[in-house]
Write a protein that binds this ligand. Structure first.
Ligand SMILES: *Cc1c(COP(=O)(O)O)cnc(C)c1O
Length: 234
């Protein structure tokens, strides 16, 4: 695939939009992490993004993510896993992803955690995890219901080998995304009473990252606004 001349323009446009939303919110733009969600795109596009200064990449399917991370190991990127995850794949995902955004149940936490007292592999360090909250009525989207979030946070805080970074959501398709992100911010405050270090908020995609920034998002997961349309899945 030949390099896409639009890519650099879109990276710049999104950077500027993120900075302007941060200013609007009275927040320091340097504290926001923009993750480019590169699912379905080839490794060559990720390499171009790295050339444009992007360091954090998001993927949602294990097989595809593992292949890209291996092919691009020379770039020392930070890989974020943002898709739904089966417990039996959890340990494999931890080999390349430093951050998991989609932890939504006890069994997955248990699969990710190390047995009490064990140390993580040298050089890998702890896996950062976000607890994904479901703010819709659609169980197919993944995420724990809001009333189950605190008990999941307690379990995460007690586990070894993982670090509870914060909460994550995908705004419902219908309705005002800002209201959903305001709810997430309240849930984040509740989680911080249990886990004071869990101050991060993973929220905001191509269509709603401004609203997410206004409601305190720290980790933006932006796909098409940067990459252009996704090709069909392989
Ligand atoms: C695909 C995806 C994104 C990016 O979506 P865009 O609308 O392309 O920005 C963000 N978060 C998750 C969980 C995704 O699966």
């Amino acid at each position: 695939m030949s390099p896409d001349p639009g890519l650099a323009h879109r990276v710049t446009a999104v950077r500027e939009a993120v900075q302007s939303a941060a200013r609007e919110a009275g927040r320091d733009p340097a504290k926001l992490v923009t993750i480019v969600v590169t699912k379905f795109h080839p490794a060559s596009l990720v390499r171009e993004l790295a050339g444009l200064g992007m360091r954090d990449m998001g993927e949602s399917r294990h097989q595809e993510a593992r292949e890209k991370a291996a092919e691009l190991a020379d770039l020392s990127l930070t890989w974020h896993f943002v898709g739904q995850l089966q417990g039996k794949k959890a340990r494999q995902v931890q080999r390349y992803a430093r951050v998991l955004h989609s932890v939504d149940r006890d069994s997955l936490l248990d699969a990710l955690a190390l047995p009490g007292g064990a140390e993580p592999d040298p050089g890998r360090g702890e896996t950062d995890i976000f607890l994904q909250v479901d703010l819709t009525d659609d169980p197919a989207r993944g995420g724990v219901a809001p009333d189950g979030l605190e008990s999941l946070a307690e379990r995460a805080e007690a586990a070894s080998g993982i670090r509870l970074a914060g909460v994550m959501t995908v705004a419902p398709r219908e309705g005002d995304p800002r209201r959903a992100f305001a709810t997430l911010r309240e849930l984040s405050e509740r989680v911080q009473r249990i886990a004071p270090g869990a101050t991060s908020i993973s929220a905001g995609m191509s269509g709603d990252f401004r609203e997410a920034i206004l409601e305190g998002a720290t980790h933006l997961r932006i796909g098409t606004a940067i990459t252009g349309n996704r090709p069909d899945p392989r």
